[in-house]
Structures are given as structure tokens and as C-alpha cells.
Design a protein around this ligand. Structure first.
Ligand code: AMP
Ligand code: MG
Length: 403
């Protein structure tokens, strides 16, 4: 048996990002950038107006006051997308729209509502300062600067930066393919009537939904009975995946065949059995380049195993080099205790208190098969190995999953 930290250290030591390929931005959504991307152009690419108004020469307006407005002759108009070649000369101004290039000669923009248009002139009642309402070329990004570092997942904000820089394609890490198999002769898919002694399978939908978060692609390999030949056949089919998740049948019962079947298929064990509760009979192995996990069938154990090991592994395989389990700190609302030296994970609901700090309320019922408690939870409270009791009000680690 290994500790949670030893098990995670073994995974970290082996996890290498998948191959790199160039992808168009539309196909790179959610992928992790594999190399530095440098700015091919300045942003903005030219000086432009931040307002609808008048482009002018600030020194012309210095004598302006309410009693003696300065009058500048309107010498043209430039809209967004337009370009005025002729410079703005002293004594003149040009009507300008937001985003339009500021013509040469002009060094400031007066807001439309601050000037009065009369007889082909704009009247200005107070001095305008140089640079006002002009977005300078390169003030956002300088050509040649690093736009984005590798290891960043391409979210809406980062894709916006790339697109605005005119970039079409970026080098990204390949997304992870996950195969999902539920084993257990008792399992029945919802939609079929429940024979005596059988239960409905929930681990597949739970894992499929949790997988939406790291975002890898998931192939559902269905349900298979506790039969070694059937399990072996289904695992072989699942080996196109980078990560194969198998729930159930990985403990020490007479019908727990998963570990032996995997060994016969050539798996090398990374670890088996982790000092945690729930989730002890967790198996991690390698089959060639593939990762295989045997997750305990108990639904809560399955979720804990996924959040502690599999989700951060997937994020590392996809190129997030420092991915860790999603933990946070929260104040415990109710004292908790345990008797053994394993790390415990208690279903809990975490929410901000009135002062903004997170509070964690363990669910009333605890147990590796308490489905309603799981449904009430959005996190696990972690009781470390070396603690037997934690009183209410103490700050603890929580492992979060989405609401
Ligand atoms: P096992 O890991 O096969 O020993 O299963 C442990 C417990 O989890 C048993 O009570 C199983 O019936 C239950 N279980 C196994 N697989 C699933 C599943 N896919 N959905 C819900 N419960 C399951
Ligand atoms: Mg079983």
C-alpha cells in the first residue's frame, strides 16, 4: 500500500505530455499551448481613436475657454476601417469614429459631446491635453513580444488575443482520449428493469461528466460482467485510448478479475492500493504507452480516485505541466474524526461565508456508497493521515469538484 502523496509522486514522475500538432484556432479550443507564441504585429496596429469625436492638434486648443472658444475648421471625416492620408494642419480638425486611425498631425481626440459643431467648425471651450482618447500603436502588445507561454490552456480570453494578433494556427498538445468501462455482474443500465440482486450503473455517467472538466474525449466501452474473458476482450478494444478507466472488480474478492486480466495483458503496476478512504483498492498501471486505472466500484471512491489522480494526470498529459488536484482551504463547519492512519475524504458542501472565506460543511451521511450525500456535495473535506480529530472552525484542505 502506498500513501496518497507517494502514489501521486509516481504518476507525476511518469506523466509526459502527448504529441504536439498545429491546429487552427477553432480546433484548438481547450487545448494547451505547446510553444511560445510571439506577437506578429503591434496591438493596436496603428494609433486609433477610443471615442467618436474630433481628431485635432492639442496645442491649437490651449487658449480655449468658455468665453472665447477656439474654432477649428472641419477638414474631413475618418471612419473605422478608413485611412486619411492628408495630415491635420494647424487650425483644423477631422471628425473621427471609434477605432478609426488617427491621421498624422493630430495628437488628441475631443469627445463628440465636448465640441459644438457650427458653420463647418468645431467650437472648443477648454484645452485638450495631448494624447487624450488615443489608443497608441503597440500600447497593448509590441511586435515580437511573447503573447502566450506554453502550458496555457486556450480559453476564450487567450484565443481572443491570438485572433486579434492575426494568428491562424498554433502548436498545441494532443487532447487525451479516455476509454471508460464499468465492470460488475450486478450492473444494469438505467432504462432496464432491475432484476433481484442487481443495481443500476452510475459510475459511467459520473466519470463521463467529471471528464468534461479536463475536457478530454471519452469513449464509452459500456458495462461488462465479472468474467475474465469478457473483461480482457473489452480492455483490448479500449486500448486505442491514452487513459483507460475501469470501474469495479479491482479489490481482493473472488470475482475481482481486473488486476489479473490487466497483468496477463502485459500491464506493469505503478501502484495498487492507496492509504486513503474511501478508494483504497485503486490500481494504476501502464500498458505500453497507455495508462490504465482500476477504480473501486463504490461511487464515492470512484470520484475521489478520479479527482486525486486522474484529473490532474489528464491535465498533465494535455500539457499543463504543473497540474495538481484542485484543492482549496476552507473553515470546517462541524468537527470531524477518524480512527485510522489513512487520508480520509468526506463529502462536503463548500460555500463562501458572509466574510467571503470558504466554509466546508460535511454532509450528514458519510460512506462510499451514499449517493444522495454525493449529490449534496461539491467538495471533499480532507482529513490528513496524522490527524484523528479536527474541531469545527479549523481551516482544512478541501478537494473541489464543480457544482
Ligand atoms: P467492486 O469495486 O466491484 O468491489 O464494487 C464495490 C461496490 O460498488 C459494490 O457495491 C458494487 O455493486 C458497486 N459498484 C460497482 N460498480 C458500480 C457502478 N458502475 N455503478 C454503481 N455502483 C457500482
Ligand atoms: Mg464487483
Amino acid at each position: 500500500m502506498v500513501s496518497v502523496d507517494e502514489a501521486w509522486a509516481k504518476i507525476q514522475a511518469m506523466a509526459r505530455p502527448l504529441s504536439i500538432r498545429r491546429r487552427r484556432l477553432e480546433e484548438a479550443v481547450g487545448c494547451v499551448l505547446a510553444e511560445h507564441v510571439r506577437a506578429p504585429i503591434d496591438l493596436p496596429p496603428f494609433d486609433n481613436s477610443a471615442m467618436d469625436g474630433y481628431a485635432l492638434r492639442a496645442p491649437d486648443t490651449q487658449p480655449a475657454c468658455a468665453e472665447q472658444p477656439v474654432k477649428l475648421t472641419i477638414a474631413g471625416e475618418v471612419a473605422a476601417g478608413g485611412w486619411q492620408e492628408t495630415p491635420v494642419v494647424p487650425g483644423t480638425a477631422v471628425k473621427i469614429m471609434t477605432g478609426a486611425a488617427v491621421p498624422s498631425g493630430a495628437d488628441a481626440v475631443l469627445m463628440l459631446e465636448d465640441g459644438r459643431l457650427r458653420n463647418g467648425c468645431v467650437e472648443i471651450r477648454s484645452p485638450v491635453s495631448s494624447g487624450q482618447h488615443i489608443r497608441r500603436q503597440g500600447e497593448d502588445v509590441r511586435r515580437g513580444d511573447v503573447l502566450l507561454e506554453p502550458g496555457r490552456r486556450l480559453n476564450a480570453q487567450r484565443l481572443g488575443l491570438l485572433a486579434n494578433s492575426g494568428i491562424v494556427e498554433v502548436p498545441v498538445f494532443r487532447r487525451v482520449q479516455v476509454g471508460l468501462l464499468a465492470t460488475g455482474s450486478e450492473l444494469t443500465p438505467p432504462g432496464t428493469s432491475l432484476a433481484p440482486g442487481r443495481i443500476y450503473d452510475s459510475n459511467r455517467i459520473v466519470l463521463q461528466t467529471l471528464l468534461l472538466n479536463p475536457g478530454g474525449r471519452c469513449e464509452d466501452l459500456g458495462i461488462v460482467a465479472d468474467d475474465p474473458n469478457a473483461i480482457a476482450e473489452r480492455i483490448r478494444r479500449g486500448l486505442s485510448a491514452d487513459v483507460l478507466l475501469i470501474s469495479g472488480g479491482v479489490s481482493v474478492g473472488a470475482h475481482d478479475h481486473v488486476k489479473r486480466v490487466l497483468s496477463e495483458l502485459g500491464m506493469t503496476t505503478v501502484f495498487w492500493r492507496v492509504a486513503m478512504k474511501p478508494g483504497k483498492p485503486l490500481l494504476c498501471g501502464r500498458l505500453g504507452d497507455h495508462w490504465v486505472f482500476g477504480l473501486p466500484g463504490n461511487p464515492i471512491s470512484c470520484v475521489v480516485g478520479f479527482l486525486v489522480f486522474i484529473e490532474p494526470l489528464i491535465r498533465r498529459l494535455e500539457g499543463e505541466h504543473d497540474a495538481q488536484p484542485r484543492s482549496a482551504r476552507a473553515l470546517l463547519k462541524k468537527g470531524v474524526s477518524k480512527k485510522d492512519a489513512r487520508r480520509h475524504f468526506l463529502t462536503a458542501h463548500v460555500a463562501p461565508a458572509a466574510d467571503g472565506r470558504l466554509e466546508a460543511a460535511p454532509t450528514e451521511k458519510q460512506g462510499s456508497a451514499m449517493m444522495q450525500a454525493l449529490a449534496q456535495a461539491n467538495a471533499f473535506v480532507v482529513i490528513p493521515e496524522d490527524r484523528q480529530q479536527i474541531p469545527a472552525g479549523e481551516e482544512v484542505d478541501v478537494l473541489r469538484f464543480s457544482d
